[in-house]
Design a protein around this ligand. Structure first.
Ligand code: AMP
Length: 326
């Protein structure tokens, strides 16, 4: 079904001598895993080509994945740029992207900005890495998959799917993950990187659990203001990650983290849900994303409270009209 576009992408890759790969800003495991894995695979397959991984921001917690490249502007002139896991051009972690000769977008977010000359977008996929795995395994006779590349791609599959737990995980997800394991994924080291935490991080969790606010209908939220970020020495990305701590509260089907960004005078919103969608709510507050995982921006504490009230109303309506939620 997607064979034509995959063939077209492979033809493009084969026709360029210079290929640059980029991902989205504020990278997560899927963004880093998909790009790192794809670069490794392309370098192993095409040793004569110049292949670069270029981005402008990094996440400390993924530093174990290794460094990236720096290139001068002239390299873009004859380059194919492949942007992975990035829904909109605003989120590309490479401001030089318009300099590239051609752009291929490979993404699993709902299509909102087809910025590529070729756009391979499959929003039913649980991760961009699942698409990369599909691509690499479709052409397994022509592309050289190493254990290292497979481990990077597996990293994105396990993190973006919540360890194969979220909506979007299919039999195909598991078949592709299984195929990667056969290339020698080093999951023991990978999971040690993903799960071990220093004591400071555990103390932060303790703070978050103590300060969660729950509305009447069960919307859980936390406000990470600048003072708290300072107290725990958090980067904005680290503060944003607390959304994950709100996910397992019984009866709470919507959870939201608000992260104050004093530099931009705005509050970043990370919205998550189970059973009911929150994408429309995110869109109302200058954002968007997936049905059950979206982002938004508010500009005052009043707007933050209004968003929580809207979420509470949404959840109240859902609970009144549905059974079987936990
Ligand atoms: P995040 O909470 O940043 O992990 O966002 C969840 C998903 O929503 C991401 O995969 C993004 O694609 C999307 N997203 C986040 N922020 C925005 C935004 N301001 N506008 C549109 N989409 C967003």
């Amino acid at each position: 079904m997607n064979e034509d576009i995959k063939n077209l992408i492979l033809q493009k890759i084969e026709s360029y001598n210079t290929i640059i790969i980029s991902r989205h800003i504020r990278p997560d495991g899927d963004a880093v895993g998909s790009t790192k894995g794809f670069v490794k695979l392309l370098k192993d397959t095409y040793p004569a080509k110049e292949i670069y991984l270029v981005d402008e921001d990094f996440s400390d917690y993924l530093a174990f994945c290794g460094a990236e490249d720096t290139v001068t502007d002239d390299v873009y002139e004859n380059a194919l740029l492949i942007v992975i896991d990035t829904g909109t051009r605003k989120r590309i972690s490479n401001s030089k992207y318009p300099l590239a000769k051609e752009i291929i977008k490979i993404d699993h977010h709902i299509e909102a900005d087809p910025y590529g000359d070729i756009n391979w977008v499959e929003d039913f996929r649980s991760s961009a890495c699942e698409m990369i795995a599909d691509f690499c395994l479709t052409f397994r006779d022509r592309l050289k998959m190493s254990a290292e590349a497979a481990t990077f791609i597996y990293l994105g599959m396990v993190t973006d799917s919540g360890r194969f737990r979220f909506e979007g995980v299919t039999g195909e997800t598991m078949r592709l993950a299984g195929a990667l394991l056969e290339y020698g994924v080093d999951y023991e080291t990978l999971f040690a990187h993903l799960y071990t935490e220093d004591l400071g991080a555990l103390k932060l969790k303790s703070y978050v659990y103590d300060h969660i606010h729950i509305t009447k209908n069960g919307v859980a939220s936390i406000y990470m203001d600048a003072a708290i970020q300072q107290k725990f020495h958090l980067t904005l990305e680290e503060a944003s990650n607390v959304v994950g701590e709100l996910s397992d509260i019984k009866g709470s089907l919507i959870w939201v983290a608000f992260i104050e960004n004093t530099e931009k005078q705005q509050i970043r919103v990370r919205l998550r849900s189970r059973f009911l969608g929150i994408n429309d709510l995110a869109i109302k507050y200058h954002g968007g994303g997936h049905n059950m995982a979206a982002g938004a921006t508010v500009y005052s504490v009043e707007e933050m409270n209004a968003l929580v009230e809207d979420a509470d109303r949404l959840l109240g309506e859902y609970k009144a009209n549905h059974e079987g939620w936990l």
